[in-house]
Design a protein around this ligand. Structure first.
Ligand code: CA
Length: 230
């Protein structure tokens, strides 16, 4: 899940980004409404967290513009303690929920889960391929009915592969799914996560085939008569 965090306070933003990344989200952080609009021109996000008090275009105006673009992702606004009017106006402009600063990370995470659950329910929260099942709302993945442990970057790579399956996923798109994590990530890093995923998936007959010059595709391994994967 890729989040856009719009917050001009560096201390608050870096703390939030750390906590959100630890919780398994990929986070793009920008410090102004203008930068947020540029990010939205280029990329798509699963949810936006928008501080109301921003330099330039404030969070209320940003929320309004976002809805005017017919973007349907959930928006959670951050407001000051006694800014009742901001909260009311923010919700009226299309925000889905709000948090009053200062807040505790566990509460923010719970609200994000609830918002994402609701928005994912509109489409399908569960991605599948053969014995592989990923519940993006509950953030659970299982292989042949057995729960699988995935690191956050492995999760992002597998989620994108599942979204594309049975078509191949382009390597640069996979890279893009990870850029919220580390700006300095290199194309070779994808191979590291792909190789880790292979180690986990192949025993259950799911292959991650490299498509030369393009990327990777999920495939079922053909089984021989003795039940061993080729
Ligand atoms: Ca602020």
């Amino acid at each position: 899940m890729r989040l856009l965090l719009v917050e001009d306070d560096v201390m608050v933003a870096s703390g939030m980004k750390l906590g959100l990344c630890d919780a398994g989200y990929s986070v793009d952080w920008v410090g102004s409404g203008e930068r947020a609009e540029q990010a939205l021109d280029k990329d798509s996000f699963d949810l936006a967290i928008v501080d109301i008090g921003l330099p330039g275009i404030d969070g209320l105006e940003l929320t309004r513009r976002l809805r005017a673009r017919a973007l349907t992702m959930p928006v959670l606004i951050l407001t000051a303690r006694d800014a009742l009017q901001d909260r009311v106006q923010g919700l009226d402009l299309g925000a889905d929920d709000y948090m009053v600063k200062p807040f505790e990370l566990p509460e923010l995470l719970a609200r994000l889960r609830a918002l994402l659950r609701r928005s994912q329910a509109a489409t399908s929260a569960v991605l599948g391929f053969g014995p592989l099942e990923m519940d993006t709302a509950q953030r659970r993945v299982s292989l042949a009915g057995q729960p699988m442990e995935l690191g956050p970057r492995e999760w992002s790579v597998l989620e994108y592969l599942l979204l594309q399956a049975p078509k191949p996923a382009a390597k640069d798109k996979l890279l893009h799914a990870l850029t919220g994590w580390d700006k300095e990530i290199t194309p070779n890093a994808i191979e590291v996560y792909v190789s880790r995923l292979r180690g986990k998936l192949e025993p259950a007959g799911v292959a991650l085939r490299a498509i030369r010059g393009f990327g990777y595709r999920l495939e079922m391994l053909a089984r021989t008569d003795d039940g061993q994967a080729d």
